[in-house]
Design a binder for this molecule. Structure first.
Ligand code: 8YV
Length: 307
């Protein structure tokens, strides 16, 4: 469905008869011509597989996702046909957590703006860079305490932050942190709200206008999950109106063609969906994707089934 690094594409080509949809001039023709023989889809988190694509492939048995989030795969369509779905959990958790915390630090301390201040000569011409805010010791809220949320919290504990979280239930692993069931309540007590929950139809816009306004004019939202978890329109409006202080975002509706209004907002840190994008993690994700496909076609148990 999309490109992989050579270190994944080469072993995939060696083991399977791969058709590259993303390189086809006429994608519909490629699907039509090969539909009867296509037994697997290798996709990426943001690309998934639609109901239409699944319906066009009568021999489809498995969809392997290069990513932990499989919200872009039509799970109902897979269930109806007994199609297996795999993802790549665990191997990316710590890199994603590092990235979320890095975004928080970068935005709080003005690191990107400071770099520009040095490069464009402002330091010498205008003097010192404006004072920024402190990160350590502030209050963090983690919305979704799964694998990634837990690692974010562990890192924030190192910055002496007061940590609270929301999830369906309180978690045993988080006894030192405060459980707050209601996302609005969590937002109200947070200087920084981390959005780390797995996206699904049920979580769409869970960070709604009320949550955003509860984070408030001095608060920050950090999103390393999926854009669908936040009401993006409300987010842009709140930042423009000064009702939300700032936001650090790695994911966008319609990415990579994000809403251009983001580009004019100085208090937003924009990243190109790269929280898991380290060589080490991407190699591990690629291996896990291949291991799942190999196991399936060898009739073995799937290493990391999502469905
Ligand atoms: C990847 C992701 O960037 O794991 C996920 O859910 O979104 C990211 O790790 C993506 O899946 C790569 O295509």
């Amino acid at each position: 469905m999309g490109p992989y690094p050579d270190w994944d594409q080469e072993p995939l080509d060696a083991e399977f008869n791969m058709h590259r949809l993303f390189e086809a001039a006429d994608q519909d023709a490629l699907i039509r011509d090969h539909a009867p023989s296509i037994r697997g889809i290798a996709t990426r988190g943001e690309l998934g597989a639609s109901r239409d694509l699944i319906a066009a492939l009568p021999a489809l048995e498995i969809i392997a996702v290069y990513g932990v989030g499989y919200d872009a795969v039509d799970i109902d369509a897979c269930r109806e046909r007994g199609i297996r779905v795999t993802n790549t959990p665990d191997v990316l958790t710590k890199d994603v957590a590092d990235f979320g915390v890095s975004m928080m630090l970068a935005l709080t301390r003005g690191i990107v703006g400071g770099d520009g201040w040095v490069r464009n000569g402002s330091w010498a011409e205008q003097g010192l860079y404006p004072l920024q805010r402190r990160a350590y010791g502030t209050r963090a809220g983690i919305l979704g305490l799964g694998r990634i949320g837990l690692e974010v919290g562990r890192r924030l504990a190192g910055f002496d932050m007061d940590i609270a979280y929301s999830d369906i239930t309180a978690k045993d692993e988080a006894t030192d942190w405060t459980f707050v069931a209601d996302p609005v309540e969590l937002a109200r007590r947070s200087d920084v709200l981390f959005v780390t929950l797995a996206a699904s139809a049920k979580t769409r816009d869970i960070v709604n206008r009320n949550v955003i306004e509860a984070v408030g004019p001095d608060g920050m939202i950090v999103n390393v999950s999926r854009a669908s978890n936040i009401d993006e329109e409300a987010l842009i409006e709140a930042i423009r109106a000064g009702q939300l202080g700032s936001a650090a975002l790695d994911v966008f509706e319609g990415e990579p063609n994000l809403d251009r209004r983001f580009l004019d907002l100085p208090n937003v840190l924009l990243q190109p969906h790269q929280a898991s994008a380290t060589v080490e993690t991407r190699k591990a994700m690629g291996k896990l994707l291949r291991d799942n496909l190999t196991a399936h076609f060898a009739g073995r148990d799937l290493p990391t089934p999502a469905l």
